[in-house]
Design a protein around this ligand. Structure first.
Ligand code: PLP
Length: 406
């Protein structure tokens, strides 16, 4: 690994030559079944023919023009996202953290324009992850991410996840909105209870504050619906997406109702790269694939089958795995052994997974995986578990066998 790169990542010493669908071929010559998808990003798998063709074609025409001009690809992608969701308007950007920044700015600006300049605070949750910008490390609230970076950005309060009473108690006249992940990803695949999300909607309505949902990881079909919040039957005011939206090409977006969106008038916000022709071309291919009839239902079906298979993995290797978490194709396996042992063993079997907090192995495959791919992943998880179980904990001989042995 080059010392010319800043040392902020703890990289695994493995690089990839190319990929195809859910497979990656390492420079070590091995084929890996990719159930990490570059942290839930490569939603259409690797080298997807329609995605690569569209990107190549657009790159050959024009990649970037800036938001000084009309961008037909952005118009088209925004139209599709609006048609398919609660939103009335879309703002494009380049990453998840940037989408969350836009979401918070939109909440504050709308409160300000509605005669509530005092409402600037956003209520967030313990265990959250919203990105690494100066404001988003404050929204995340994890002391390890804040250490050494000066005073935390003002305006973010934290309460326990899935605790409506704590939310009610934390709301003040300065509260502008609430921001949460429907399934906390980085901190170990912790789902919000549907009743919690419904309660937050009620609280927001009662207090005239906005409900913001961070769907950067859960969105774009990951949980079997376009957005995870849909499964709780609620409608948010503003949503951030990124990771899976470009299928590997960097793009993020903020989706909002008109009540907020109309306040982002010229001069209030902007980005040079956001929503450029190339990024939106990639996003359009991904959204087209997800909105094909039956596509989301297929993801939900494969995801449910994957969940059942993982339960079986837990049943067969309880010494290593003790709990299945998550929904659809966003899954976690809580481990009884340290991830520092489990992950290398899993990779040795030719399966890529990623870690999450609280000793959870995260499995977020490309959304194009089949039940057969999931079965193979589970077989590899079990094979990895076998290599980890110490001989002493293998089933002891029955008393009869013991007697025979004497
Ligand atoms: C990954 C992630 C982010 C940050 O996205 P970046 O593109 O890395 O800035 C924000 N929120 C959630 C829920 C995420 O999973």
């Amino acid at each position: 690994m080059s010392a010319s790169l800043m040392p902020n990542y703890k990289r695994i010493d493995l690089a990839f030559e190319h990929g195809e669908g859910p497979w990656l071929v390492g420079t070590d010559g091995r084929r890996y079944l990719d159930f990490g998808a570059g942290i839930a990003v490569s939603s259409l798998g690797h080298a997807h023919p329609a995605l690569t063709a569209a990107i190549a074609e657009q790159a050959g025409r024009v990649m970037h023009v800036s938001n000084l001009y009309r961008i037909p690809q952005a118009d088209a992608l925004a139209d599709r996202l609006v048609e398919a969701s609660f939103a009335d308007a879309v703002l494009f950007c380049n990453s998840g953290a940037e989408a969350n920044e836009g979401l918070v700015k939109l909440i504050r600006r709308a409160q300000y324009m509605n005669g509530h300049p005092e409402r600037t605070r956003v209520l967030c949750f313990q265990g959250a992850f919203h990105g690494r910008t100066l404001a988003m490390i404050s929204a995340t609230g994890n002391p390890a991410y804040l250490e050494g970076f000066g005073s935390p950005a003002e305006g973010f309060d934290h309460v326990p996840f899935n605790d409506l009473e704590a939310v009610r108690a934390a709301i003040t006249p300065e509260t502008a909105g609430i921001l949460l992940e429907p399934i906390q990803g980085e901190s170990g695949i912790q789902a919000a209870d549907p009743a919690f999300l419904q309660g937050l909607r009620e609280i927001c309505d009662t207090h005239g504050i906005y409900l913001g949902i961070d769907e950067v990881q859960t969105g774009m079909g990951r949980t079997g619906t376009l957005f995870a919040f849909e499964q709780a039957g609620i409608t948010p005011d503003v949503v951030s997406v990124a990771k899976g939206l470009g299928g590997g090409f960097p793009i993020g977006a903020v989706l909002a109702r008109q009540a907020l969106a109309r306040h982002l008038t010229p001069g209030t916000h902007g980005t040079t790269f956001g929503g450029n022709p190339l990024a939106c071309t990639a996003g359009l291919v991904v959204v087209d694939e997800l909105l094909k009839p039956g596509a989301l239902q297929r993801i939900a079906r494969v995801g449910a089958a994957f969940g059942a298979m993982l339960q079986e993995v837990v049943a067969q290797a309880p010494e290593v795995f003790d709990e299945v978490r998550g929904t659809g194709l966003m899954r976690g396996l809580h481990c009884r052994l340290p991830l520092s042992e489990v992950l290398p063993a899993v990779m040795d079997q030719g399966l890529l997974a990623i870690t999450a907090g609280n000793n959870v192995l995260r499995l977020v495959p490309p959304l194009i995986v089949t039940e057969e791919d999931c079965r193979l992943a589970c077989a590899r998880l079990l094979a990895a578990a076998k290599t980890l179980i110490p001989a002493s904990s293998s089933p002891s001989p029955s008393p009869r066998d013991a007697r025979i042995a004497q």
